[in-house]
Design a protein around this ligand. Structure first.
Ligand SMILES: Nc1ncnc2c1ncn2[C@@H]1O[C@H](COP(=O)(O)OP(=O)(O)O)[C@@H](O)[C@H]1O
Ligand SMILES: [Mg+2]
Length: 274
Protein backbone atom coordinates (compact mmCIF):
# COMPACT_ATOMS: atom_id res chain seq x y z
CA UNK A 1 0.00 0.00 0.00
CA UNK A 2 1.53 3.28 -1.05
CA UNK A 3 2.20 5.83 1.64
CA UNK A 4 2.05 3.42 4.57
CA UNK A 5 5.31 3.15 6.37
CA UNK A 6 5.76 0.45 8.94
CA UNK A 7 8.04 1.11 11.87
CA UNK A 8 8.75 -1.73 14.26
CA UNK A 9 8.82 -0.13 17.65
CA UNK A 10 8.19 -1.71 20.99
CA UNK A 11 5.07 -0.58 22.81
CA UNK A 12 5.81 2.12 25.31
CA UNK A 13 6.18 1.02 28.90
CA UNK A 14 3.88 2.59 31.47
CA UNK A 15 6.37 1.88 34.26
CA UNK A 16 10.11 1.37 34.14
CA UNK A 17 11.94 -0.06 37.12
CA UNK A 18 15.64 0.55 36.62
CA UNK A 19 18.40 -1.11 38.59
CA UNK A 20 16.63 -1.04 41.91
CA UNK A 21 18.68 -1.99 44.95
CA UNK A 22 17.44 -2.00 48.49
CA UNK A 23 18.94 -2.83 51.88
CA UNK A 24 17.53 -2.94 55.39
CA UNK A 25 19.61 -1.34 58.10
CA UNK A 26 19.30 -2.48 61.64
CA UNK A 27 21.67 -1.82 64.55
CA UNK A 28 24.38 -0.65 62.19
CA UNK A 29 24.16 -3.79 60.05
CA UNK A 30 22.99 -3.44 56.50
CA UNK A 31 21.45 -6.36 54.61
CA UNK A 32 21.14 -6.12 50.86
CA UNK A 33 17.77 -7.62 49.85
CA UNK A 34 17.36 -6.44 46.25
CA UNK A 35 20.23 -5.94 43.86
CA UNK A 36 19.71 -4.50 40.40
CA UNK A 37 16.02 -5.28 39.87
CA UNK A 38 14.97 -4.02 36.44
CA UNK A 39 11.77 -4.54 34.49
CA UNK A 40 9.10 -2.72 32.46
CA UNK A 41 5.33 -2.82 32.73
CA UNK A 42 3.22 -2.22 29.63
CA UNK A 43 -0.25 -0.65 29.41
CA UNK A 44 -3.07 -3.07 30.20
CA UNK A 45 -0.65 -5.78 31.26
CA UNK A 46 -1.00 -8.12 34.23
CA UNK A 47 2.52 -8.78 35.40
CA UNK A 48 3.08 -11.37 38.13
CA UNK A 49 6.13 -10.99 40.30
CA UNK A 50 6.77 -14.46 41.69
CA UNK A 51 9.31 -15.77 44.15
CA UNK A 52 9.74 -17.76 47.34
CA UNK A 53 8.73 -16.30 50.67
CA UNK A 54 11.27 -13.81 52.03
CA UNK A 55 12.94 -13.15 48.67
CA UNK A 56 11.98 -9.46 48.61
CA UNK A 57 8.70 -9.24 46.66
CA UNK A 58 6.93 -6.93 49.14
CA UNK A 59 10.04 -4.81 49.44
CA UNK A 60 10.18 -4.39 45.66
CA UNK A 61 6.50 -3.43 45.48
CA UNK A 62 6.84 -0.95 48.34
CA UNK A 63 9.87 0.63 46.69
CA UNK A 64 7.94 0.98 43.42
CA UNK A 65 5.04 2.70 45.21
CA UNK A 66 7.43 5.08 46.95
CA UNK A 67 6.64 3.57 50.39
CA UNK A 68 10.28 2.54 50.88
CA UNK A 69 13.35 4.35 49.68
CA UNK A 70 15.77 2.30 47.58
CA UNK A 71 19.56 2.62 47.93
CA UNK A 72 19.90 2.93 44.20
CA UNK A 73 17.83 2.89 41.04
CA UNK A 74 14.82 4.60 39.53
CA UNK A 75 11.13 4.05 39.22
CA UNK A 76 9.82 5.90 36.19
CA UNK A 77 6.11 6.24 35.61
CA UNK A 78 5.47 7.17 32.00
CA UNK A 79 2.03 8.68 32.25
CA UNK A 80 0.53 12.13 32.34
CA UNK A 81 -0.75 12.98 35.80
CA UNK A 82 -4.56 12.76 35.69
CA UNK A 83 -6.88 14.97 37.72
CA UNK A 84 -8.71 12.99 40.36
CA UNK A 85 -6.43 9.96 40.00
CA UNK A 86 -3.42 8.54 41.77
CA UNK A 87 -0.29 7.02 40.29
CA UNK A 88 -0.61 3.84 42.36
CA UNK A 89 -3.39 1.87 43.99
CA UNK A 90 -2.17 -0.66 46.56
CA UNK A 91 -3.96 -3.84 47.61
CA UNK A 92 -2.53 -5.64 50.65
CA UNK A 93 -2.88 -9.21 51.80
CA UNK A 94 -4.85 -7.96 54.81
CA UNK A 95 -7.55 -5.55 53.58
CA UNK A 96 -6.99 -3.13 56.51
CA UNK A 97 -10.54 -1.79 56.57
CA UNK A 98 -11.48 0.84 59.15
CA UNK A 99 -14.02 -0.91 61.40
CA UNK A 100 -15.79 2.33 62.39
CA UNK A 101 -16.58 3.27 58.80
CA UNK A 102 -19.27 1.74 56.64
CA UNK A 103 -18.14 -0.07 53.48
CA UNK A 104 -18.76 2.90 51.18
CA UNK A 105 -16.95 5.24 53.61
CA UNK A 106 -13.96 2.88 53.62
CA UNK A 107 -13.78 3.17 49.84
CA UNK A 108 -14.22 6.95 50.05
CA UNK A 109 -11.42 7.30 52.60
CA UNK A 110 -8.58 7.39 50.05
CA UNK A 111 -10.52 9.83 47.88
CA UNK A 112 -10.63 12.58 50.48
CA UNK A 113 -7.43 14.25 49.30
CA UNK A 114 -8.30 13.57 45.68
CA UNK A 115 -11.85 14.77 45.00
CA UNK A 116 -13.21 17.91 46.65
CA UNK A 117 -16.90 17.19 46.31
CA UNK A 118 -18.51 14.71 48.67
CA UNK A 119 -21.02 13.76 45.99
CA UNK A 120 -18.23 13.00 43.55
CA UNK A 121 -16.46 10.85 46.14
CA UNK A 122 -19.68 8.94 46.79
CA UNK A 123 -20.24 8.38 43.07
CA UNK A 124 -16.66 7.20 42.54
CA UNK A 125 -16.85 4.84 45.51
CA UNK A 126 -20.15 3.37 44.30
CA UNK A 127 -18.66 2.79 40.82
CA UNK A 128 -15.75 0.92 42.39
CA UNK A 129 -18.11 -1.17 44.53
CA UNK A 130 -20.08 -1.97 41.38
CA UNK A 131 -16.86 -3.19 39.72
CA UNK A 132 -16.23 -5.69 42.52
CA UNK A 133 -19.92 -6.69 42.67
CA UNK A 134 -20.60 -5.29 46.15
CA UNK A 135 -22.74 -2.24 45.49
CA UNK A 136 -25.46 -3.70 47.68
CA UNK A 137 -23.07 -3.86 50.65
CA UNK A 138 -22.28 -0.13 50.61
CA UNK A 139 -24.14 0.60 53.87
CA UNK A 140 -22.79 -2.47 55.70
CA UNK A 141 -20.10 -2.42 58.37
CA UNK A 142 -16.84 -4.30 57.72
CA UNK A 143 -17.61 -6.90 60.44
CA UNK A 144 -20.69 -7.92 58.45
CA UNK A 145 -18.58 -9.10 55.50
CA UNK A 146 -16.86 -12.39 54.74
CA UNK A 147 -13.07 -12.53 54.24
CA UNK A 148 -13.50 -12.61 50.46
CA UNK A 149 -15.87 -9.64 50.53
CA UNK A 150 -13.46 -7.65 52.71
CA UNK A 151 -10.70 -8.31 50.23
CA UNK A 152 -12.97 -7.13 47.40
CA UNK A 153 -13.53 -3.89 49.35
CA UNK A 154 -9.75 -3.54 49.56
CA UNK A 155 -9.66 -3.91 45.78
CA UNK A 156 -12.52 -1.41 45.34
CA UNK A 157 -10.67 1.09 47.53
CA UNK A 158 -7.64 0.87 45.23
CA UNK A 159 -9.70 0.93 42.01
CA UNK A 160 -11.57 4.04 43.19
CA UNK A 161 -8.30 5.96 42.92
CA UNK A 162 -8.34 5.33 39.13
CA UNK A 163 -4.67 4.41 39.48
CA UNK A 164 -2.28 4.38 36.56
CA UNK A 165 -0.96 1.16 38.04
CA UNK A 166 -2.50 -1.31 40.45
CA UNK A 167 -0.02 -2.93 42.85
CA UNK A 168 -1.25 -6.07 44.59
CA UNK A 169 0.75 -7.85 47.30
CA UNK A 170 -0.45 -11.45 47.71
CA UNK A 171 -4.01 -10.13 47.88
CA UNK A 172 -5.76 -13.51 47.78
CA UNK A 173 -3.32 -15.73 49.65
CA UNK A 174 -5.18 -15.63 52.98
CA UNK A 175 -8.45 -16.83 51.39
CA UNK A 176 -9.78 -20.36 51.02
CA UNK A 177 -9.27 -21.91 47.53
CA UNK A 178 -12.85 -21.47 46.27
CA UNK A 179 -12.96 -17.80 47.31
CA UNK A 180 -9.47 -17.25 45.92
CA UNK A 181 -10.43 -18.71 42.54
CA UNK A 182 -13.55 -16.56 42.44
CA UNK A 183 -11.54 -13.42 43.12
CA UNK A 184 -8.94 -14.34 40.51
CA UNK A 185 -11.69 -14.56 37.90
CA UNK A 186 -13.16 -11.30 39.11
CA UNK A 187 -9.78 -9.59 38.83
CA UNK A 188 -9.43 -10.79 35.23
CA UNK A 189 -12.91 -9.46 34.43
CA UNK A 190 -12.09 -6.10 36.04
CA UNK A 191 -8.82 -5.94 34.15
CA UNK A 192 -10.65 -6.59 30.87
CA UNK A 193 -13.05 -3.74 31.66
CA UNK A 194 -10.69 -1.15 33.12
CA UNK A 195 -7.48 -1.93 31.18
CA UNK A 196 -5.48 -0.94 34.28
CA UNK A 197 -1.94 -2.27 34.31
CA UNK A 198 -1.38 -4.56 37.30
CA UNK A 199 1.71 -5.75 39.13
CA UNK A 200 0.58 -8.76 41.14
CA UNK A 201 2.90 -10.29 43.72
CA UNK A 202 2.45 -13.94 44.65
CA UNK A 203 4.43 -16.93 45.88
CA UNK A 204 1.83 -19.22 44.29
CA UNK A 205 2.94 -20.30 40.84
CA UNK A 206 -0.48 -21.75 39.98
CA UNK A 207 -2.01 -18.36 40.64
CA UNK A 208 0.64 -16.69 38.50
CA UNK A 209 0.19 -19.04 35.54
CA UNK A 210 -3.59 -18.63 35.79
CA UNK A 211 -3.50 -14.81 35.84
CA UNK A 212 -0.40 -13.44 34.21
CA UNK A 213 0.36 -12.06 30.78
CA UNK A 214 3.96 -12.20 31.89
CA UNK A 215 5.71 -13.71 34.91
CA UNK A 216 8.93 -12.38 36.39
CA UNK A 217 10.76 -14.66 38.77
CA UNK A 218 12.55 -12.94 41.60
CA UNK A 219 15.35 -15.09 43.01
CA UNK A 220 18.75 -15.07 44.64
CA UNK A 221 20.24 -13.46 47.72
CA UNK A 222 20.27 -10.54 47.17
CA UNK A 223 17.37 -10.92 44.75
CA UNK A 224 17.05 -9.89 41.14
CA UNK A 225 14.84 -10.88 38.21
CA UNK A 226 16.21 -14.26 37.14
CA UNK A 227 13.69 -15.25 34.53
CA UNK A 228 10.87 -13.86 32.42
CA UNK A 229 8.04 -16.00 31.08
CA UNK A 230 5.42 -14.74 28.68
CA UNK A 231 2.07 -16.54 28.74
CA UNK A 232 -0.05 -16.15 25.64
CA UNK A 233 -2.79 -18.67 26.50
CA UNK A 234 -6.18 -16.96 26.25
CA UNK A 235 -8.53 -16.64 29.23
CA UNK A 236 -10.32 -18.45 30.73
CA UNK A 237 -7.37 -20.75 31.36
CA UNK A 238 -7.57 -24.20 32.80
CA UNK A 239 -6.62 -24.48 36.41
CA UNK A 240 -3.69 -26.68 37.20
CA UNK A 241 -5.71 -29.60 38.54
CA UNK A 242 -7.15 -30.40 35.13
CA UNK A 243 -4.40 -28.70 33.21
CA UNK A 244 -1.48 -30.87 34.31
CA UNK A 245 -1.59 -33.15 31.26
CA UNK A 246 -2.43 -30.47 28.72
CA UNK A 247 -0.42 -27.51 29.94
CA UNK A 248 3.15 -26.66 29.19
CA UNK A 249 4.90 -29.38 31.17
CA UNK A 250 8.36 -27.91 30.68
CA UNK A 251 7.28 -24.56 32.13
CA UNK A 252 5.70 -26.28 35.08
CA UNK A 253 8.82 -28.35 35.71
CA UNK A 254 10.95 -25.25 35.52
CA UNK A 255 8.79 -23.38 38.00
CA UNK A 256 8.93 -26.31 40.39
CA UNK A 257 12.71 -26.36 40.12
CA UNK A 258 12.78 -22.63 40.75
CA UNK A 259 10.77 -22.96 43.92
CA UNK A 260 12.80 -25.89 45.15
CA UNK A 261 16.08 -24.05 44.91
CA UNK A 262 14.92 -20.56 43.98
CA UNK A 263 17.40 -18.74 46.15
CA UNK A 264 20.25 -20.53 44.36
CA UNK A 265 19.03 -19.70 40.89
CA UNK A 266 21.80 -18.20 38.83
CA UNK A 267 21.12 -14.78 37.55
CA UNK A 268 20.29 -14.53 33.88
CA UNK A 269 20.14 -11.36 31.87
CA UNK A 270 16.57 -10.54 31.11
CA UNK A 271 15.67 -8.39 28.16
CA UNK A 272 12.27 -6.80 28.14
CA UNK A 273 11.24 -8.47 24.88
CA UNK A 274 12.32 -11.99 25.61
N1 LIG B 1 11.79 -4.13 58.41
C1 LIG B 1 12.71 -5.05 58.09
N2 LIG B 1 13.94 -5.04 58.66
C2 LIG B 1 14.87 -5.95 58.32
N3 LIG B 1 14.67 -6.93 57.41
C3 LIG B 1 13.48 -6.99 56.81
C4 LIG B 1 12.43 -6.07 57.12
N4 LIG B 1 11.36 -6.39 56.36
C5 LIG B 1 11.71 -7.46 55.61
N5 LIG B 1 12.99 -7.84 55.90
C6 LIG B 1 13.72 -8.95 55.26
O1 LIG B 1 13.85 -8.69 53.88
C7 LIG B 1 13.65 -9.86 53.11
C8 LIG B 1 12.56 -9.63 52.09
O2 LIG B 1 11.33 -9.41 52.74
P1 LIG B 1 9.98 -9.27 51.93
O3 LIG B 1 10.14 -8.23 50.89
O4 LIG B 1 8.88 -9.07 52.92
O5 LIG B 1 9.86 -10.71 51.24
P2 LIG B 1 8.63 -11.40 50.46
O6 LIG B 1 7.56 -10.36 50.31
O7 LIG B 1 9.19 -11.88 49.17
O8 LIG B 1 8.18 -12.54 51.32
C9 LIG B 1 13.33 -10.96 54.10
O9 LIG B 1 14.48 -11.73 54.28
C10 LIG B 1 12.95 -10.23 55.37
O10 LIG B 1 13.33 -10.97 56.48
MG1 LIG C 1 5.62 -10.31 51.05
Amino acid sequence: MAGVKRVNTRPRAILRVEDLSFSFRREGISTLVLDGVSFDVYPGELLCLVGPSGVGKSTALRAIAGLARPDRGNVVLETFPQDGARDFGFVFQDPRLLPWRRVVANVEYGLEGLLRSKAERRERAMQALELVGLRDKARNWPYQLSGGQKQRIGLARALALHPALLLMDEPFSALDPATRHGLQDELLAIKAKSRTAIVFVTHDMDEATYLADRILLLGGQPASIVRQIRIDTAHPRQRRVQASEAADASLEAELHRFFKDGTNTKRKDVSSDN
